[in-house]
Design a protein around this ligand. Structure first.
Ligand code: NAD
Length: 293
């Protein structure tokens, strides 16, 4: 049994922490939101009183936080001052490469092994323990992290050095953000052309327009049972987080002179949805905005 300190038990971190506890590990968690912490306590997950308490005495520390600013502050103030050089650090948040590399460097100065291991698959795969995990770090750190990654995920990839997991994740989410915008636009167009959404789903799911946003996360309710569209776009992957990821991709593309014209247009849709007050809703909710024209 490994002692795991888990920081950030929201939509994704919660089920990931629960799966580690179910696998027999001693998981001690903390989250700033009491309701998120309460949701995972029991079933082997213990509640800590603070981030520092969660990591003290841990063999492994896992963070699943919203963005780079949170990760930077939590490692500088709470994690690194309270762990020994023996601890393995795993940041599963999706953040910018610069912050990720800086945290890796601070961890190395302390003598700790670290991986960045952002994930893909959404809440359903976090619950099932079948996430795709994109890992950056040394081969030694990857090997040390693998047994824990195997509990949380089904497809584990060594993407390269520190920050490489973040680079792959950023490209993946750029595609996802564009695909959801195209899926929502196509369904609204179909509705306006008088086509039954169920028929659209049935046909396109076996045609060349098929993609994850359609088959696993359809923005029209009633077609994919686990999709947030069935739950008034509550839970899932917040629009604020998708907008963060699209902006990470745009900034990365700008830095290397890459083209991201389609991503720019999709980003503006998530920005508009946020500005109408829907930043807390799942990103597939942009279909509501598109429907309004
Ligand atoms: P979330 O907002 O549901 O969870 C993040 C949690 O971190 C919250 O409960 C929040 O209270 C907590 N937190 C923030 N600052 C903290 C601090 N200083 N100390 C302790 N806890 C703190 O977000 P999520 O959907 O679970 O996403 C987490 C990360 O995973 C993000 O980087 C996101 O981009 C990425 N991600 C999300 C999904 C998804 O489908 N939701 C899929 C893949 C990747």
């Amino acid at each position: 049994m490994t002692k795991i300190g888990f920081i950030g038990v929201g939509n994704m971190g919660g089920p990931m922490a629960l799966n580690l506890a179910t696998a027999g590990h001693d998981v001690c968690a903390f989250d700033l939101v009491q309701a998120s912490l309460d949701a995972v306590v029991g079933d082997g997950v213990r509640a800590a009183g603070s981030n520092a308490d969660a990591v003290k005495g841990a063999d492994v520390v896992i963070t699943m936080l919203p963005a780079g600013g949170h990760v930077d502050a939590v490692y500088a103030n709470d994690v690194l001052p309270n762990v020994s050089s023996e601890v393995l650090l795993m940041d599963c948040s999706t953040i910018d490469m610069a912050t990720s590399k800086a945290v890796h460097e601070a961890a190395a100065e302390k003598g700790c092994l670290m991986v960045d291991a952002p994930v893909s698959g959404g809440v359903k795969k976090a619950v099932d323990g079948s996430l795709t995990m994109m890992v950056g770090g040394s081969d030694e750190a990857f090997a040390a992290a693998k047994p824990y990654l195997d509990v949380m995920g089904a497809n584990i990839f060594n993407c390269g050095d520190a920050g490489a997991g973040q680079a792959v994740k950023m490209c993946n989410n750029m595609m996802l953000g564009i695909q959801m915008a195209s899926t929502a636009e196509a369904f609204v167009l179909g509705e306006k052309l008088g086509i039954d959404p169920e028929k659209m789903f049935e046909v396109i799911n076996v045609s060349s327009g098929q993609c994850w946003s359609l088959s696993s996360y359809c923005p029209v309710p009633g077609l994919v049972p686990s999709a947030p569209s069935n739950n008034n776009f509550e839970g899932g992957f917040g629009t604020t987080l998708m907008l963060k990821d699209m902006n990470l991709a745009l900034e990365a593309a700008k830095a290397v002179n890459g083209s991201a014209k389609v991503a720019e247009m999709a980003t503006s849709i998530y920005q508009d949805y946020l500005e109408e007050g829907s930043g807390g809703k799942d990103f597939s909710g942009i279909i509501e905005l598109i429907r309004k024209g």
